[in-house]
Design a protein around this ligand. Sequence first.
Ligand code: TTP
Ligand code: MG
Length: 435
Amino acid sequence: MMEFNECGPAADPQYSLQEEEEEEDDDDDEREWRCTVDCINRSLLTPAAAASGELTGDSYNYAIQDTDVPGYRVIVHIDLDCFYAQVEMIRNPEFKGFPLAVHQKHLVVTCNYEARKYGVSKIMSVSEAKEKCPHVILVCGEDLTPYREISYKITELLEGFSPLVERLGFDENFVDITKLVEKRLQQIGSGGVPADLSVIDHVYGNRALNTADAKHVRLALGSQIAAEMRTAIYNRVGLTGSAGIASNKLLAKLVSGTFKPNQQTTLLPESIQDCMGSLMHPGQVPGIGPKTAQHLAFLRIGTIRGLQTFPLDLLEKDLGVCAAQRIHKLSFGVDDSSVTPRGPPQSLSDEDSFRRCSSLVEIRIKIESLLICLLTRLQKDGRTPRTIRLTIRRTSATNKWFNRESRQCPVPNQLMQKLNTEGVKTKCSIRVKPD
Ligand code: TTP
Ligand code: MG
């Protein structure tokens, strides 16, 4: 992997190192749901909200003053359908309607829903995909540029609805729409919530909406906003996506995949335990990564119920207080983490396999091609990088990421100047030392 770090506008020395989220693969899950402090100020609830959402006759009483109050937030998680495949169908409209798979090297990384009907799936070898569907169209998806560009377009579009948008990978976004829901409640005014208020598309577990329940009303309005977001994404970018609407990030992400593609699901509070209980094992809880799940398995915790009922003090002894409390709460569907916009990535990286390289010349060519891609992106980005780092990962049969070694150095001051005057040259000067 090669990356430029600490990218920042020339005039702004404040940028700090942060991995470009969509291209880092280590412990992603664990990182996303960081430990948060539970500091609910119940007095911030209006009387109606404080009274567990009972109707008082004035619809504005559905509102709360602090949009951070757990349970009263409205969070949307949007996951684009077969993302790379949809992008390829936009780039090549003649592929639309036919089974299509996007591969990197010999692996299918995604395929459209036409191909899925034949049994083609993500992380399947290209040869198996061809066996399942001999006429599948195969597109190489190793150049991430088109996916990256559309991915940021979607985030930007969602930011038009709410400034609180958090990217998760290339094709997922969380949007905190609590304030937007508050606004809609104000617009409804004292006339009362319309009796025909309904949830757009699916309600998890088919629960009936109770328009006398503040939380229900807020989520129903959230489902309308989510539908507007999906329509905007389709009309402006041409992509479909699935959405989950719930009171926190964990639950919104969990339900967004209930009905796919191009559908949305709203989770009402009464179904939270059913939703958590439907998970087969703790590793399926977003925020519990593979390492923690392994640890839990070691403690003989193999189900969500097992995690919920495991003595917290024992869990704390084993995992540490913070982590234990966090995952214990997650197992009940409680997640107070906020939707945190991250802004532009703080590092730009690219990677490729050196498996077929058997000489220094071949290695040099490979590194040069990575560098050219990165410099092109850097030029488009316009910010000035501080360091460049080259990372080599040696894999072994037992450990995929065994032995990770990096070297880094400062980027010469004149690089950006040179890049702007001369552009990215097709030939870069790279010295490769034998050791
Ligand atoms: P996903 O959201 O997992 O899949 P998807 O959007 O293609 O399909 P779905 O309709 O089920 O949501 O991943 C998003 C993109 O990330 C996907 O289009 C291709 C890429 N990807 C990889 O590069 N490597 C992988 O291992 C996987 C699973 C996906
Ligand atoms: Mg997706």
